[in-house]
Design a protein around this ligand. Structure first.
Ligand code: NAD
Ligand code: TYD
Length: 328
């Protein structure tokens, strides 16, 4: 099948584009190459690449020609950046999703929206979010993703678009831009820099390996129901302070690098996903943090050429704005 993978030069999209190409699908990647998009993520992959914006109907029309499905990974994705300003988040995550959906409607093709557990907001100890739970996004990022999800559900109901949604939990693995906690803390530790833990560090995330995330999205693409929403959660709930301790150990560094800094405004305390719907299609996570985290640390250790150039220019400006006062 010919598939348009939007955001396919980013972290999860590039792993999925390579996975689909390896499975024999014809893959076209449409990516704007924002700060987190990176052509190097697709090096050696058997995919066509088009640079363009998902909110631009002409760019979408050109790239999607002949495709039987669209997989939408393209998004602004970082909560902390969305707190500084959400205009780009709304443009890409809401308007861009609408433009893609409109194409899928006009051409009668399949559409999968790659969304996030953050649309549910945080949940208390002992509770896991289910697909039909109300959306209670806390951050401007999560609100934008929720807006995209609602556009998808409305298009299914109003126009009968053959669309499904996946809601993945916090994802980690090779090729992740070093702003989210795992790649940020690994690369900082490898450079002997501080690890800025927000607040008390007792917030919990439900960790998912990128290959397990892609397997879930692929299964939903091929077997998901129209209008179906599917949680993709790794089920490994870990407090940030424990995750930090594991990264210190794996990088051969120690507690002296840890700095507890001012908390993120509106910080969600705990995410947890109930995943029986996707499991009933035959999915289960194959990686645990016990194998995935050492493998990820080894990847960053061996691929300094990939991340060292990223940690310059725009990145340093963002880093100063985000952390300078907190760390001073
Ligand atoms: P990423 O930031 O690494 O990649 C995003 C990609 O989208 C980049 O290549 C970027 O250039 C591209 N992009 C951004 N705006 C675009 C636009 N207007 N038009 C075309 N391309 C554009 O993000 P990621 O972590 O790979 O996330 C991919 C998807 O998965 C997102 O939709 C995100 O919401 C979702 N998700 C991520 C996680 C996670 O933990 N990383 C968890 C659950 C869901
Ligand atoms: P992040 O990787 O930004 O993902 P998300 O906010 O989408 O869950 O953050 C994961 C957790 O790590 C979250 O509780 C915030 C925390 N965190 C820190 O403590 N320090 C940091 O520098 C970052 C980036 C995150």
């Amino acid at each position: 099948m010919r598939i348009l993978v939007t955001g396919g030069a980013g972290f999860i999209g590039s792993h999925c584009a390579k996975r689909l190409a390896a499975a024999g699908d014809e893959v076209v990647v449409l990516d704007k190459l924002t700060y987190s998009g990176n052509r190097a993520n697709l090096e050696g992959a058997d995919v066509e690449f088009v640079q363009g914006d998902i909110s631009d109907g002409d760019a979408v029309g050109g790239a999607a020609e002949g495709c039987a499905a669209i997989l939408n990974f393209a998004a602004e994705t970082h909560v902390d950046r969305s707190i500084f300003g959400a205009a780009e988040f709304i443009e890409t995550d809401v308007l861009g999703t609408y433009v893609l959906l409109d194409y899928a409607r006009e051409h009668g093709i399949r559409f999968v929206q790659v969304s996030t557990d953050e649309v549910y907001g945080d949940v208390s100890e002992g509770v896991s979010s289910k697909e039909d739970d109300p959306l209670r996004p806390s951050s401007p990022y999560a609100a934008s993703k929720a807006g995209g999800d609602l556009q998808v559900l409305a298009a299914v109901r109003t126009y009968g678009v053959n669309a499904s949604i996946t809601r993945g939990s916090n994802t980690y693995g090779p090729n992740q831009y070093p702003e989210k906690i795992i790649p940020l803390f690994i690369t900082n530790a490898l450079d002997g820099e501080s690890l800025p833990v927000y607040g008390d560090g007792r917030q919990t995330r439900d960790w998912l390996h990128v290959e397990d995330h892609c397997a879930g999205v692929e299964l939903v693409l091929r077997e998901g129901e129209p209008g179906g929403v599917y949680n993709v959660g790794g089920g490994e709930e870990v407090e940030n302070r424990d995750l930090t301790a594991r990264i210190l150990e794996l990088t051969g560094t120690d507690e002296s690098l840890v700095r507890h800094v001012e908390d993120r405004p509106g910080h969600d305390r705990r995410y947890s996903l109930e995943t029986s719907r996707l499991r009933s299609l035959g999915w289960e996570p194959r990686h645990t943090l016990a194998d995935g985290l050492p493998e990820t640390v080894a990847w960053y250790r061996d691929n300094r050429d990939w991340w060292a150039p990223i940690k310059s220019g725009e990145y340093l400006e963002y880093y100063r704005r985000q952390y300078a006062a907190r760390l001073s």
